[in-house]
Design a protein around this ligand. Structure first.
Ligand code: ASP
Length: 434
């Protein structure tokens, strides 16, 4: 019998009905022996995630806003006692909640607060499945500087999980050397799932969420985009970095290291095959995704001695300002760097003023409002046909690319358009390439 690690995200474990669905999924294949769960997520658009409620409670408690804190805690309490009752399990959730409240009143930090959603949910779900509950504390390990300790964690998890035929573990958090808890960044239960998959040498890491895997383009822009049945680790990272994110970005590395495929599945449509993320790139387009709001910084200096001489000092300055570029291109005497994510909030040119003056740069030009669109897939970076289709699709749609059309790897071609033309460009590219 193979071994499957299944991770269920917040929407899959948001209420009793959803949790029952996860039980059906887990019980339908005896290989699903190790399960990692998120805290209860939103039950509707207006609802609040338990993680957010715990953060809120902790802030109110340290701010001595007792009455407001009590109101928030009662919402948390109702959700967990409701789950215990509706699922018909008995884990004394009341006492566990009382301990959490006492710890937080005694000054436990925000990471401890946030981790409790996963902790309490995993206890309930383990009881419902009849699986062992294994706490992540003491197994998922961080160093004194807060850095995640991959090898130590793998050894600790492997040794502990070998003692359990079947187990449910809370995602999202681990332990610091002083015994305090620390969380990964938001969405981090995906990471824990991958760590468990690696530690138990799973045949597959199933990541159960509320979509049936990757789609070739954003369904809010392109009507009925085709699903992506298979994608490589590398291709999915490229698409995720350009906005098509289904998985926490740190979740890929542990699975990739161990050569474990990741299967993105839909708890609400368990018969859908979802997307399989595997090692090898296979030829063909996998998806198109764009990210708005880039600012391009172009510099020119006669006889600069090669683009690298321009790029190196600009990189050093950018790092000092904490605005590392996502893309950098250079040619003789010229360089263009693309800054994303709020970089346009800091006027990019102003951030470099001093350095650029010292470098005796002749021309500096910044252009904001650029969307970079990545066409991703095995071999697209060196396929002249794809490059021709990208230019053709944009020309036919009456769009002039703004900035470069370039390829930085075998698996991508990137083109810039004005932010307001993104949706039209994406539809045109999808129609031509998919
Ligand atoms: N509950 C955490 C969050 O809301 C972690 C997770 O769900 O993966 O970010």
């Amino acid at each position: 019998m193979g071994v499957i690690t299944a991770k269920f995200g917040g929407s899959s474990v948001a209420d009793a009905a959803q949790i029952r669905k996860t039980k059906g999924i887990v019980m339908s294949d005896p290989a699903r022996r190790y399960v990692v769960v998120s805290g209860p997520g939103k039950r509707s658009k207006q609802d609040e995630k338990i993680t957010d409620l715990f953060y809120k409670y902790q802030r109110l408690v340290i701010g001595s806003a007792e009455r407001n804190a009590a109101a928030v805690f009662s919402v948390i309490e109702q959700r967990f006692t409701g789950l215990e009752k509706e699922l018909g399990v008995c884990v004394d959730i009341e006492s566990a909640l009382a301990k959490v409240a006492a710890d937080l009143r005694a000054g436990a930090n925000a990471d401890y607060a946030a981790s409790r959603g996963e902790f309490l949910n995993a206890r309930i779900i383990a009881a419902l499945y009849g699986y062992d509950f294994v706490d992540a504390a003491g197994l998922v390990l961080f160093g004194a500087d807060g850095a995640f300790l991959a090898e130590e964690t793998n050894a600790a998890l492997a040794a502990e999980l070998a003692k359990h035929e079947r187990a449910v573990m809370p995602g999202f958090y681990g332990t610091m050397p002083d015994g305090s808890l620390k969380t990964f960044s938001r969405g981090g239960s995906d990471v824990t799932g991958a760590l468990v998959a690696r530690a138990v040498c799973a045949d597959v890491y199933e990541n159960w969420t509320d979509v049936s895997g990757f789609l070739m383009a954003d369904p809010r822009v392109v009507e009925n985009p085709r699903p992506v049945p298979v994608i490589s680790y590398r291709e999915q990272r490229e698409l995720s970095s350009m906005g098509a994110s289904v998985l926490h970005e740190d979740a890929v590395t542990p699975a990739r290291m161990a050569g474990i495929p990741i299967n993105i599945r839909n708890t609400n449509a368990p018969d859908d095959a979802g997307t399989m993320i595997t090692c090898g790139d296979a030829p063909g387009m996998r998806g198109i995704s764009g990210k708005k709001g880039y600012t391009a910084l172009r510099v020119y200096k006669n006889a600069a001695g090669g683009g690298a001489h321009l790029l190196a000092p600009i990189f050093a300055a950018a790092t000092r300002h904490g605005i590392t570029p996502d893309f950098a291109l250079s040619a003789v005497d010229a360089a263009t760097l693309y800054f994303a994510d709020g970089a346009d909030a800091v006027p990019v040119e102003a951030a470099f003023e001093e350095e650029l003056a010292e470098m005796n740069i002749e021309d500096v030009k910044t252009t904001g409002g650029i969307t970079l669109i990545a066409v991703v897939g095995g071999g697209v970076g060196s396929d002249p046909d794809v490059a021709a289709k990208v230019s053709g699709a944009l020309a036919e749609a009456g769009i002039t690319p703004c900035g470069a059309c370039f390829s930085v790897s075998e698996t991508n071609i990137i083109v810039g358009v004005a932010d307001q033309e993104y949706e039209t460009a994406l539809r045109a590219l999808y129609a031509k390439l998919a």
